[in-house]
Ligand binder design. Sequence first.
Ligand code: FUC
Length: 345
Amino acid sequence: MQVTKRSVKNDWTLFTLENDRGMSLDVLDFGGVVTRLTVPDRHGKSENIVLAFDDIDDYKKNKPYFGALIGPVAGRIQQAMFTLGEKKINLKPSEGRHELHGGEAGYHQKLWNVESFQTDTEVGVVLQGSWNDRAYNYPGSVQVTVTYTLTNDNEWIIAYQAITDEMTPLTLTNHTYFNLTGDRTHSIAGHQVQMKSEGYLELDEELIPTGLIDSGNGGPFDFSRERLIKSGSGSGHKQNQVAGDGYDHYFLLKKGSAEQVRVKEPTSGRVLSMETTQPGVVFYTGNGLNEDFVLSDGKKAKKHSGFCLEAQGPPASLHHKGLPSIWLKPGEEYKHQTVYRFSMD
Ligand code: FUC
């Protein structure tokens, strides 16, 4: 187990966490971005399985949100607006008329204070920030602590904590794109996904939830048994088409069950299992990726080069009843944990 750190361009610091079982995780203090995650395949070969930029300067925009911490509100806020009591609060739209992933000054664009730690069985970093996004009309000042831990059980654990001095919507996630083949230019089409879900939120043409929860039973949104990612592209299902040929949907997860999501890549044998305290996850299949994004090996990204499992609360709850709330009140503590566990099949 070890943690090392070094200075990189822009006076940023890059931390490298290593366990004793062939896994390592690189994290930038800027945006809390995970720039590299190596995981062994079934033959013991460790390779990077996340999408990252070749040029570190690209994180200053990070349009695809590679590896980044996302907040204060992950996902889309319909018409960049919500009501707080009698008050209508207008945020600054960042995608058409909506707000996406905390807007231009979201947490993926903040410089975090980072400290590392190490025990006999785990290594990690604690990222801290005290953010006041009033310029963007978010209420209050929020103190956020996010801990990334790498364990000797080949788990990457993300623990989120936050408090606020005014009532505000808050839901945090991490936007890492995984590609378990180990070759980030290889499509994720052949990955097999299983999910313990209660249904997903239907989207309109602007990727905003309509308020309808579809059970997904029997179709390309049914992950109760292993399903190939490619069965969702070219499926002819309206919802796969709306998402840009794949998945970009919030799935409500069955609470407290083991392996809420399991993704297997048959060629490498790598398996990623996810468990979260969050009520759901955005399963996104990189439908918006293209050759504008140059990856860490100098090769260009392509549509479906990676998938994200963005465990979070649903921002659609600000506009629709019956969904888990994302409000945080003064005196309350926001506390969530997501575990990504890697194994072999
Ligand atoms: C996901 C998606 C979005 C967007 C972004 C980069 O969170 O929900 O549609 O493309 O990532």
